[in-house]
Design a binder for this molecule. Sequence first.
Ligand SMILES: *Cc1c(COP(=O)(O)O)cnc(C)c1O
Length: 359
Amino acid sequence: MGRVYNFSAGPAVLPEEVLKEAAEEMLDYRGCGMSVMEMSHRSKAFQEIIQEAEQDIRDLMGIPDNYKVLFLQGGASTQFAMIPMNLMKNRVADYIVTGQWAKKACQEAQKYGKVNVVASSADKTFSYIPDCSDLPISPDADYVYICENNTIYGTKFKTLPNTKGKTLVADVSSCFLSEPVDVTKYGVIYGGVQKNVGPAGVAITIIREDLITEDVLPGTPTMLNYKVHADAKSLYNTPPCYGIYICGKVFKWLKKMGGLKVMKERNEKKAALLYDYLDHSQLFQGTVVPKDRSLMNVPFVTGNAELDAEFIKEAKAAGLENLGGHRTVGGMRASIYNAMPYEGVEKLVAFMKEFEEKH
Ligand SMILES: *Cc1c(COP(=O)(O)O)cnc(C)c1O
């Protein structure tokens, strides 16, 4: 069987070129006589892999010198704890709750201090992004937290919240490297890489240097201390070496494709194809307020759970996989990350049209 079009929200599609290259290097990485999986993380070959990966993501995102790039473990969810443990000097933080991942991060932070929910879109099942231009930001908040792209609900912040001078912390797991970003607007940008960058097991945290201090909450484990990882250049302990290697290859692929500006154009073109169809379909409807639509995750429904299930089943048979919505919301969701080719979305839309004619 050949490769399918994989619309999974994560772990998700990776560029075929990257997978082929990794396959070629599997048994003998560039004359080392061993796989990257088998080599010391202190070896010269791996040092080069991690240093190049860092430089390439710096180039892609235009990360200023006063930000550290950390390759960490434990997925995005570990950052839910690491952020308050390292940043909550006053033990106060403001959270904007636009979906389940923001909610989980918010709940985790409550273990460490006073958490204010300064905005939420829970009233309409997270189908929009609230107006964040003039929020009641707490005067003593250590940071303001957002989940920038809501993987489950398919919404995206098109403008960042007005944090009134407070540090902005953003979970970008599902929009990482999907478009250019002004890193200077954030204190911390982080994400699990298995959505848009690489294999599960790596989280990347980009953090402004002045936020990395010795002054962390009492009891913070060594492994959850940003300073430990920053001082050791992400090599305090054995990092997820193979995952970092694949991320590095994806960074090179993105550079070759023309960088994040080109990726944004490609992503907009793919998303427009699907959203335009949804806006005209008699059978399928998008579930998100148009102005807040994500370029990466596109949820839609027929309004009939049985028909949704039939669609997902028939799509799978046609080589269009993982179109089921998140287990907590049902319906359908097409995740169309960087590595999803335009042809994949074309094929999906053609299949939806056919399905619509039949039903
Ligand atoms: C998937 C996801 C997470 C959770 O990631 P893990 O690596 O499984 O912990 C957190 N935030 C967002 C936005 C996600 O899409």
